[in-house]
Structure formats: C-alpha cells, structure tokens
Design a protein around this ligand. Structure first.
Ligand SMILES: NC(=O)N[C@@H](CC(=O)O)C(=O)O
Ligand SMILES: [Zn+2]
Ligand SMILES: [Zn+2]
Length: 347
C-alpha cells in the first residue's frame, strides 16, 4: 500500500478567490496546495477589462503571506458588449489566460453574463484565432428546464452547435456533473475540448443535500446529481484521460449567507482540495494516475510549463475544522468540515 505520494506541484484550474477581506482569508488555503490557479472573474462588478484584471492580480499577490509563492492566472468575464480587441490585447499581453462565459442568470454573480451565444460571435471568432480558451459555465438558463437537467440541455442546445460553428476554438467545460458530459467529452476527438471536475461532484450525489434536513453547505451550481452521474465522473476522472483535470470551483460564501432562507450556491473546498481528490483516486485504485490529473493535463490544455517543485501527500488522519473565522467577523464552513479524510498534506 502506498503511504506517501510525492508529485509535481498541482494547479487549480477553476477557483473563486473573491476580493477584500474574503480574499485575504481564503487565498492562503489555495496557495498552500497549488502553484497556480485560473481565477474566476465573477466579482461585483465583474472583471471585464485588461486593466481590471491587472489590478485584481496585484491585489491577489499583495494578499499572499510573506514568502508564499502562487501565480494567479486571470480570466475575462464575457458580457454581451465585450470588445474583441480588449480580449486580444489582454491575451497578447499575458494578462488574460482565458475568458469565461456565464449564461446570464445561470449562477452566482452571472447577471452581467452573455444573454445569447449569437451575440458573442465576434468575440468567439477572435478567441478562436488567438488560441485563447473559452471557459463555460455549461447550464441552460431556460426556466422551463428542470434544475437537474440544465447541464445536459446546455450540451445539446448550446455546446454542440458552438463547437460546430467554431471548429478550432479551445473550450473547457467547467465543473462537469453528469454522465452526459462524460459521454460528450469521451466522444470528442478534436483535442480542443476538455473539462474540470470538483471534489464535491466526485464524492457526493444529490442525497447529500437532503440528508436528515436541508444541507446548504452541499449546495453549489451545477447542483449535485444522482449516483449514476457521480460514478461516471469518477470513472472518467481517474481513467488517465487528458481531457479532464483538476478545478476545485472553491467558492466561499459567508456561513450566514449559506444558512439562509435563500442560501448562496458555492462550496468552499480549498482547505481540503487535494486531500479530497486523492481520497477519490485512492478509492478507485488509481493513485498512479493522480499526478497527471492534478499537475499535468490542465497545464497542457492551457499551454503552460509544468511546475518544477513538488508536494507530498501522506496517508494519515486529516481532521477538517467546522469553521474558519474571518478576521473582520463572520466565518466560512469548509467542505467536509467536522469530518475526517484519510490523507494529509505534508508540511
Ligand atoms: N459554483 C457555485 O455554486 N458558485 C460559484 C459560481 C460558479 O462557479 O458557478 C460562485 O462564484 O459562488
Ligand atoms: Zn460555474
Ligand atoms: Zn465556479
């Protein structure tokens, strides 16, 4: 039995760091685990311009503890009126690593998102020419569509035609949650389509939201799905396929805002991200494929060099705290808070 695993330092290809006091409280948890992260732009107001992304990157770097090393990779939030030239300049100047498309109304802070793909045509044309990845929150926003079907419907009605219209566009399906997404990815032979998957979608099915009462800390978007989807995700994530890689979607919200009559969507998993993912790979007998998932496939998709340094995980009891206090008051409940995991990060 393997009791320690040393791997190339991983990257997080889908992360919400927020801003201000929240940024200061959560950043260290990611910086301790990951060398780099693709930082989501859904601030209020969203990060839409090169200058805004530069300034946000500076705030992130300034919030690091002395001596801590971490590279934030910035993204542009696409709106109906995003000028293609702004994306081009941001990408060419090395500020924007990618652009994120939120269908308007699909998720937290998506109200300024794209109202129809048809309107994004010029922007997608420019991204395709540049080789700039498009990151998708892939859910239908049609209110008539069942909340559990939104990803599958998006794939059929939006993603499939989009890939046909832009045959060379690089696309990442963020936080996939369904067997339909796995099947769609598996069938694609173009080499320009990939996906990220979160720890929560690998570890839980939708029963977790309703165990003995309503469990707001298991609520995120896309929402957890039924067991067959979780099993399909686990098989694909641990298969060694280069089309799927690590992206936590760690999305902190104050405990008070989650435990509310209308609770926010998002799970703060940064403190236990690698401990959770490795537990899944261990359970699937796939530890030898963990490094590729965590540290190689994502970097290749984004055209980034692989990290030189390493990190070690050790089989030992990891007690997850119930609460992480914010300096300015309030607290966060981390993913799996109050339970234990069988792997720890070595110091
Ligand atoms: N995943 C979530 O449930 N929430 C994310 C937004 C997102 O990634 O869709 C957030 O910013 O809170
Ligand atoms: Zn999302
Ligand atoms: Zn997200």
């Amino acid at each position: 039995m393997t009791d320690t695993l040393t791997l190339r330092r991983p990257d997080d290809f889908h992360l919400h760091l927020r801003d201000g006091e929240m940024l200061k409280a959560v950043l260290g948890h990611s910086a301790r685990q990951f060398a780099r992260a693709i930082v989501m732009p859904n601030l209020r107001p969203p990060v839409t311009r090169v200058a805004e992304a530069r300034a946000y990157r500076e705030r992130i770097l300034a919030a690091l503890a002395p001596g801590q090393r971490f590279e934030p990779l910035m993204t542009a939030y696409l709106c109906d009126d995003t000028p293609p030239d702004e994306l081009r300049r941001g990408f060419e100047e090395g500020v924007f690593a990618a652009a994120k498309l939120y269908p308007a109304g699909a998720t937290t802070h998506s109200e300024f998102g794209v109202t129809s793909i048809a309107r994004a045509g010029r922007v997608l044309e420019a991204m395709q020419a540049l080789g700039m990845p498009l990151l998708l929150h892939g859910e239908s926003t049609d209110p008539a569509v069942d909340v559990f079907d939104r990803e599958a419907v998006f794939i059929d009605t939006t993603l499939r035609p989009l890939l046909q219209d832009f045959p060379a566009l690089k696309v990442a399906m963020e936080h996939i949650t369904t067997e339909e997404a796995v099947d769609f990815l598996s069938a694609d032979g173009s080499g320009r389509l990939a996906a990220t998957v979160t720890p929560q979608h690998l570890m839980f099915n939708r029963n977790a939201i309703f165990t003995g009462g309503i469990r707001p800390h298991h609520y995120c978007l896309p929402v957890l799905k039924r067991e067959r989807h979780r099993l399909a995700l686990r098989r694909f994530a641990t298969s060694g396929s280069p089309k799927i890689f690590l992206g936590t979607d760690s999305a902190p919200h104050l405990r008070t805002l989650k435990e509310a009559s209308c609770g926010c969507a998002g799970i703060f998993n940064a403190p236990v991200a690698l401990q959770s993912y490795i537990t899944v790979f261990d359970e699937e007998g796939a530890l030898e494929r963990f490094e590729a998932f965590a540290s190689v496939h994502g970097a290749r998709f984004y055209g980034l060099p692989l990290n030189g340094s390493t990190l070690t995980l050790r089989r030992a009891r990891c007690d997850v705290p119930q609460d992480i206090a914010l300096p300015g008051g309030g607290s966060l409940h981390p993913f799996l808070g109050g339970s234990t995991l069988p792997w720890v990060l070595e110091d």
